[in-house]
Design a protein around this ligand. Structure first.
Ligand code: ZN
Length: 212
């Protein structure tokens, strides 16, 4: 059983996906990191992706699906996948469902639910290391990175306006996908508006239930 994780930015999705993957041995699929991985390869798909990225255009859905299919074909035997941030919109969900069916894979979606106010507070108060880019939450009070000693700075793309734009895009484009999966009994919702340790405990229980 694969997992599809949904949540707005600031929901804790990135952190929770790593915790789930570590505990249950999922392989994480996240489009951005797959694109970066592909850029170091020399295959037909990698060359196609590289030329799109270099042109500054958005990677079209059909190429994203090719990337997922390629990822599936290189997946170690018996490994389940945790999809982080995909499918993002309805059009993508339809091709994603077809791809999963073609590959004989079943999935359950989990929505990490947090109010916009919580997401905004988390995102505008977190900082990242200037040097190694590690992200630190608001409750980390030191001024230097614990990994490399680098200086911690506020992320420039984390201003309230751009965060609100991204949340609005999620509500408009991704919520219909979540509603569709709810109707198909493929969705579970969990409360992400709690400290990360408590949220982690809850989401691990949710995953355990899905896998049982
Ligand atoms: Zn650092």
């Amino acid at each position: 059983m694969d997992i599809v994780l949904f949540g707005i930015q600031g929901s804790g999705k990135g952190t929770l996906s790593k915790i789930i993957a570590e505990k249950y041995g999922f392989v994480i699929f996240e489009t951005g990191s797959e694109l970066r991985k592909l850029s170091s390869e020399d295959t037909e798909l990698a060359r196609k992706v590289k030329s799109i990225v270099e042109s500054g255009k958005l990677v079209p859905n059909e190429i994203v699906m090719d990337i997922i299919e390629n990822f599936m074909h290189h997946l170690p035997n018996g490994k389940a996948v945790l999809f982080d941030g995909i499918p993002r919109k309805m059009e993508q969900a339809e091709t994603f469902d077809a791809l999963m069916e073609r590959n004989g894979r079943k999935f359950t979606g989990i929505l990490i639910n947090v109010p916009e106010s919580t997401a905004l507070r988390r995102l505008t108060t977190r900082r990242l290391c200037e040097n190694c880019k590690t992200v630190y939450p608001a409750d980390y009070t030191k001024d230097n990175c614990e990994k490399c000693g680098g200086k911690l700075v506020t992320r420039s793309d984390d201003n309230p306006e751009s965060i609100k734009t991204r949340i609005a895009a999620f509500n408009e484009e991704t919520m219909p996908v979540i509603e569709k999966y709810k109707k198909e009994n493929l969705m579970v919702t969990m409360n992400g508006d709690q400290p990360i340790d408590t949220a982690a405990k809850e989401i691990l229980e949710v995953v355990a239930k899905i896998l049982s």
